[in-house]
Write a protein that binds this ligand. Structure first.
Ligand code: ATP
Length: 139
């Protein structure tokens, strides 16, 4: 079984969170693979920038998720994946979705709608952790 490790971000601007829409219509958080020798935080910030055009900074660590998938739908090529997530902040909603990376749009979605839109349950859980932390910050 192959292991893959990525890092990504829940990027906050005021009361909205950045989601990316893939060609197939799925809404996901920005993330990408950790390169050799690269720090997780550096990866997360780099991937947010590369996929969405958004410059952000890290405020906190949110947790990790695990899932498995089959490479090219091949029964024998199971990939076990870990993704580390960071809470990030940005001061501009200007985005530029990277079509070459498979994304048709990058949008800041209001916190009240973000959980309905996000495709994966494990990403929803990470968004919930982020929403809790944001609420505590503004109290
Ligand atoms: P990365 O963005 O880390 O470079 P990638 O785009 O190469 O990754 P993934 O986004 O991990 O690959 O997608 C590989 C497979 O896993 C796809 O079939 C996708 O539908 C599925 N997948 C992606 N994210 C999740 C998730 N959070 N939970 C469960 N399955 C997922």
């Amino acid at each position: 079984m192959r292991e893959e490790v990525s890092a990504g971000g829940v990027v906050v601007f005021k009361n909205a969170i950045l989601l990316l829409r893939k060609y197939n219509g799925d809404w996901v958080l920005p993330k990408g693979k950790i390169e050799e020798g690269e720090d997780k935080k550096t990866t997360a910030l780099r991937e947010v920038k590369e996929e969405s055009g958004c410059r952000a900074s890290i405020n906190d660590y949110l947790g990790e998720i695990h899932y498995t998938y089959r490479e090219n739908w091949d029964e024998n090529k199971v990939v076990h994946k870990t993704v580390y997530w960071y809470l990030m902040e940005t001061n501009s909603i200007k985005t530029n979705a990277q079509r070459e990376e498979g994304f048709v749009s990058a949008e800041f979605i209001h916190v009240d709608r973000v959980l309905e839109l996000a495709k994966y349950d494990d990403e929803k859980e990470i968004i919930k952790v982020a929403l809790k932390k944001i609420k505590n910050q503004t109290r």
